[in-house]
Design a protein around this ligand. Sequence first.
Ligand code: FES
Length: 114
Amino acid sequence: MAEALKYEKHLFICTNQRPEGAPRPSCGDQHGLALIAAFKKAINDKKLGIPIRTQKSGCLDLCELGPTVVVYPEGVFYGNVQLSDVQEIVDEHIEGGRPVERLRLKFGNNLSEK
Ligand code: FES
C-alpha cells in the first residue's frame, strides 16, 4: 500500500557550487541560497495551512539553465529563477496550482537548444 505523501508541495532549489574555473555554471553562485530564503519567507507569509517543504538540492543537471527549482509532486522544473520571480511562483503555482509557464523548463524544447 502506497504511503501518503508527507508534503503537499516539495520544492528543491539547486545550490550546487563548483570550483572557480569549472566548465559548467553553478546555481549556488547565482543566488541559490538567497532563493531558498525568499521561497521560505514567501510561503510562510502565505500561511497556506498545508505541509510544504522548501530545501536545497544538489545539481539538477540543468546548470546552463539555472538557477533551477523543481516543485513536486508535479515535477515542474523552473529555470533562470530570479529573486523577483519567487512571489509569482508562490502565488500562482504553490497557492494557485498553476505552474508559471514563462519560467517552466519544457524538456525537449529548452534542452535541445543547448
Ligand atoms: S548547478 Fe544547478 S542545476 Fe547544476
